[in-house]
Design a protein around this ligand. Structure first.
Ligand code: GTR
Length: 306
């Protein structure tokens, strides 16, 4: 009797073991193994060991990695039609974001990503991102002047920081802790689980709860690996992806609360956003650029009206 060959799928993940994304990917791996009778195995490479995110996005495009969990900020650099999802102050919270992504708009953005070579299997929670600084109490739009702020490789993030009067510094995720320690950067921005799990909270003690971006992450498969799947297996992958996203979103809520408490215990000072007006006003030139395109404008308006 012929023995079915196992196909090993190389999977990129930037997070450490135990992180909600990693746990959801493990769940996904189990679902793929059982759903395909072990004909496919998901081989997880965590902690970004295969390279930083912008590099991994390109590797996937070339079919050198099969699966990955990416933030939409670096991913949309390879699929510009999806950049609108990374605009600041677009989604108010996770509930607002999922209403859109689990509906027609999510379908539209999946197609945009598909055309760029990335097949979305699940929308994960990217959390609400906040600014945090080592020696500066940033509490509003006027406090950013002159500060060096680490951002991801993302056009919208770079533009946003410039509009705040600060200097954006593009730096790989894994170098941010050292950057904060050496003073190469004054601040960074991320969600609370990342702030905690990376140890940024041990250096950057001042958190400005800006929630400036609520941006999705996505579990994606390379078009090359997807095209090699039969129809029945595609359904297994889509179903496993959707269920892993549900799992991730649940884990995320708990982890965000735990991170907030851990940071508080370690001496983090949280500053609430007292007035959104001044900071959102500064973003006008960024929005105007996106508003020029009628399709993008319509997408933005339907998100904001929800
Ligand atoms: C995290 C995100 C990563 C990466 C990182 C960063 O919140 O989960 O995919 O984008 O932020 O800031 O580089």
């Amino acid at each position: 009797m012929a023995v079915a060959q196992t196909v090993e799928l190389k999977t990129w993940n930037i997070h450490p073991p135990g992180y909600p994304v990693t746990q959801a990917l493990e769940f996904f791996a189990d679902a793929i193994a059982s759903g395909t009778g072990n004909r496919y195995t998901v081989k997880l490479h965590s902690n970004g060991v295969l390279g930083d995110q912008p590099k991994a996005v390109q590797m996937m495009k070339r079919g050198e990695i099969d699966l990955a969990e990416f933030s939409l900020s670096p991913l949309s650099e390879a699929a510009p039609g999806a950049k609108v999802l990374t605009l600041p102050f677009l989604f108010r919270d996770a509930g607002h974001m999922y209403r859109q992504l689990d509906g027609k708009l999510g379908e539209r953005f999946s197609q945009t990503l598909r055309r760029a070579g990335y097949v979305v299997l699940g929308w994960y929670d990217g959390g609400a991102r906040h600014f945090y600084c080592a020696n500066h109490r940033v509490r509003g739009a006027s406090d950013f002047s002159g500060l060096k702020v680490r951002v991801q490789q993302s056009e919208t993030a770079i533009h946003m920081v410039k509009l705040l009067g600060a200097t954006p510094v593009v730096m790989p995720y894994r170098e941010v802790l050292d950057g904060l320690k050496t003073g190469a950067i004054d601040c960074a921005e991320n969600n609370l689980p990342a702030y905690e799990s990376t140890g940024h909270m041990s250096v950057a003690k001042f958190v400005f709860l800006s929630s400036h971006t609520v941006t999705p992450e996505a579990l994606v498969m390379s078009a090359k690996a997807w095209d090699a799947l039969g129809e029945a297996d595609r359904q297994v992958f889509l179903d496993a992806g959707r269920r892993s996203a549900e799992r991730m979103r649940e884990l995320w809520k708990t982890r965000t609360e735990q991170a907030r408490q851990a940071a508080g215990k370690q001496g983090t000072q949280f500053f609430a956003m007292e007035d959104y007006g001044p900071i959102v006003n500064r973003m006008k030139p960024l929005y105007e650029g996106y508003f020029k395109d009628p399709v993008t404008r319509q997408e933005m308006l339907s998100i904001l009206a929800d």
